[in-house]
Design a protein around this ligand. Sequence first.
Ligand code: ATP
Length: 257
Amino acid sequence: MGKAIAIFNQKGGVGKTTTNINLGACLALKGKRVLMLDIDPQGNTTSGIGVSKKELEYTVYELLIEDNFDPRDAVLHTSVENLDLIPANVDLAGAEIEMVQLEGREKRLQKAIDKIRNDYDYIFIDCPPSLGLLTINSLSAVESVLIPIQCEFYALEGVSQLMSTIELVRKNLKPDLEVEGVVLSMFDGRTNLSIQVVQEVKKYFGAKVYSTVIPRNIRLAEAPSFGMPIVEYDPRSKGAEAYREFAEEFLEREGVL
Ligand SMILES: Nc1ncnc2c1ncn2[C@@H]1O[C@H](COP(=O)(O)OP(=O)(O)OP(=O)(O)O)[C@@H](O)[C@H]1O
């Protein structure tokens, strides 16, 4: 049965979408069947993998709102073999409000995901940078949370809020929700700040921090505008190398390698 993982940090711009697309693509290239679920109304995972947000027949919106919707109808295949996507666009912003009145409003995503778990090895959910109902749905639908943290000043700001959100979900909705791991992104080895952030994050999260650190790499920032994961856009770049290494480490920890 597939494992569902939410890529979560309510802080914006820390590398959630970049990690979703590139970890997903690297795992898919290793033969894992991967589904990326875009639950962010900005739809950055969707456009970043080359899918136009304007021409979507179905999105995560239907999956959350329509009781008898078959999630497979919303699945799109990407240019990477084994890598599928359930897309999102701005319609999803409405779902957050509409869901308030629906039965089982915190568990709607889990219900939908359970219908397709067996089709995949991993299901990654790209959470929006907020703590609303979309995020709560994501956290109650998954086994674990992958937390990207940007190597910047105030990196740990918001982390205690993030951990209390996880705790709240554990208490009320999903007692066995785990922290899968913490991945440091946008590392710049030339600055003391980046090095300090790594130390601080390791002090806070201990062994949960992956030893692979994702460097700041311009090719990673360019790739989404070409609708490609880094391993296709520039396979020899530092960014591609880092995400390949991260995928290895991720699988090692899973005990799959
Ligand atoms: N390692 C990196 N090196 C250079 N640029 C990066 C790197 N990781 C992400 N970026 C760029 O930084 C910006 C924010 O990254 P990303 O969209 O992955 O963050 P996010 O946490 O998903 O944002 P949001 O909270 O808005 O959903 C994007 O423009 C992305 O291309």
